[in-house]
Design a protein around this ligand. Structure first.
Ligand SMILES: Cc1cc2nc3c(=O)[nH]c(=O)nc-3n(C[C@H](O)[C@H](O)[C@H](O)COP(=O)(O)O)c2cc1C
Length: 167
């Protein structure tokens, strides 16, 4: 006879959903763009590789995001893959109401011209390919135009609300 796995809250409870899904570790990237009104960037844990031929990547901004529409206006964006230890950058690019680029050294990505942050492990420069609305988030698909590895170090990992290092 089989038994059911443990469940600690009723199915459908949003806090339970968040708690359970926090056990799925993610990368942390900062998606940047040179928007018409200046540099834009947001921390993203939902980045994923989608297709090799053609080369496509994606991420899911919330429908409430005020930064995503600015990145969309640029039509191009750069994915900055944070390194282990760049916790302060992750926090900075999730904070609302502050100038996220204040006193931050950056260079320009070759295709999009989007800010590339110092100390990241890799960058992926994209053309916005399409957007698909899914629930309270949007799937954003980017066609990869150029990409590179900038530092030989572990990427940042987000798990259970924290940034545990890899060894
Ligand atoms: C580790 C981490 C992962 C995040 N992942 C996402 C994500 O996948 N999608 C999203 O919309 N926001 C995500 N956020 C939150 C956004 O960075 C932040 O709430 C957003 O930029 C809010 O400001 P905005 O109105 O400028 O978009 C994440 C934040 C952190 C710290």
């Amino acid at each position: 006879m089989s038994t059911s796995p443990a469940r600690t809250a009723p199915h459908g409870d949003p806090d339970h959903f968040r708690h359970v899904l926090s056990h799925v570790p993610t990368s942390v990237v900062v998606v940047t763009a040179q928007a018409p009104d200046g540099p834009a960037g947001m921390a993203v844990g939902s980045f994923t590789s989608i297709s090799l031929e053609p080369q496509l990547v994606g991420f899911y901004p919330a429908r409430t995001s005020s930064t995503w529409p600015r990145i969309r206006d640029a039509g191009r964006f750069c994915v900055n893959v944070l390194a282990q230890g760049q916790d302060e950058l992750a926090r900075r690019f999730a904070r609302r109401g502050a100038d996220r680029f204040a006193d931050l050294p950056t260079t320009a990505a070759p295709y999009s011209g989007a800010p590339v942050l110092d100390g990241i492990v890799a960058w992926i420069d994209c053309e916005l390919e399409r957007e698909i609305e899914l629930g309270d988030h949007t799937l954003v698909v980017g066609q990869v135009i150029d990409l590179g590895v900038t530092r030989s170090d572990h990427p940042m990992v987000f798990s259970r609300g924290a940034y545990p290092g890899l060894n």
